[in-house]
Design a protein around this ligand. Structure first.
Ligand code: 2HA
Ligand code: ZN
Length: 280
């Protein structure tokens, strides 16, 4: 029986956090990722059936009792996870009471889950209601998308349409659009609640002046979703740096053609042209 450190889950988590770092989206201890695993998946590996220690959490996660998550540690640098996975990652199981987690593997220098873990769990709860295959919550700081939150109205429809029109892949990859919340203090239950509420309808939620929360079935798919959003934001930024004057672009008719060609069910409200006044 292989040890959990040799599992594809640890390998994929180390690769993904390394990619996030190398993309420049997770400086220093920025960012956090959680991946839900099943009991069957976990029990194929040695050393995952013993509770190493119990860690209290600041949130009632009883709805997720018994579920396993591989999660990045608080204060850890994504730059380092690939080299020290057993120190900077932890495999936890939510206790029946839901006010603490049992550590089954990792965090071997006394570490704990990310400070955003309550926000992750709140989002996991919402995404699981939508689709039982959703396993990943990913938080990172994509530079161009964050920059857009200083120069654009903080409005879900406006952000979604702007990004859809920057590249034809956008509406294909996020036909439901993306959600935007107001600026809020990170690491709080309040931002977790606001994010989870948007997660009822979107897989990507923008945290203005900070970053993004994204959800998906797998680490690859969630990473690809953020990549596509950020690529459109980069094109937006590049247009601004070329003077900002748009001579020709992807039109509303072009969006409709994409929906038809790729059999998309886009957010019908976001397909309609924007009025001048926008609200969240
Ligand atoms: O984990 O990015 O928002 C560090 C952060 C908090
Ligand atoms: Zn952050």
């Amino acid at each position: 029986m292989k040890d959990f450190i040799e599992s594809k889950y640890v390998h994929e988590m180390a690769q993904t956090t390394n990619n996030l770092y190398r993309h420049g989206w997770d400086e220093r201890n920025g960012g956090n990722v959680s991946l839900r695993l099943t009991k069957e998946e976990v029990s194929q590996f040695a050393g995952t059936d013993k509770v190493l220690r119990n860690i209290p959490i600041d949130f009632d996660a009883s709805e997720l009792a018994g579920k396993y998550y591989l999660v990045t540690g608080t204060g850890r640098y994504f730059k380092n996870i690939i080299e020290f996975p057993e120190r900077d990652l932890g495999l936890i199981r939510i206790t029946d009471e839901g006010n603490s987690v049992d550590l089954m593997w990792g965090f071997n220098d006394g570490g704990q889950p990310t400070s955003e873990f309550p926000s992750h769990l709140m989002s996991h709860i919402e995404r699981l209601k939508k689709d039982p295959d959703q396993r990943v919550i990913m938080h990172c700081h994509p530079t161009n998308l964050v920059a857009m939150s200083f120069t654009n109205p903080l409005n879900s429809k406006h952000f979604s349409r702007t990004l859809w029109k920057m590249h034809p892949e956008s509406i294909v990859v996020f036909p439901e659009g993306i959600g935007v919340i107001p600026y809020m203090c990170p690491g709080t239950t309040a931002i977790g609640r606001a994010t989870a509420e948007k997660m009822q309808n979107f897989r990507v939620v923008v945290w203005p002046h900070h970053g993004v929360f994204a959800a998906g079935d797998s680490l690859d798919e969630t990473y690809g979703l953020v990549e596509t959003v950020e690529k459109s934001a980069l094109i937006y930024t590049t247009i601004q740096s070329q003077g900002g004057e748009i001579l020709q672009s992807i039109t509303d008719k072009d969006l409709h053609d994409l929906c038809h060609r790729f059999d998309l069910k886009p957010n019908p409200e976001f397909l309609k042209p924007e009025k001048v006044a926008v609200t969240n």
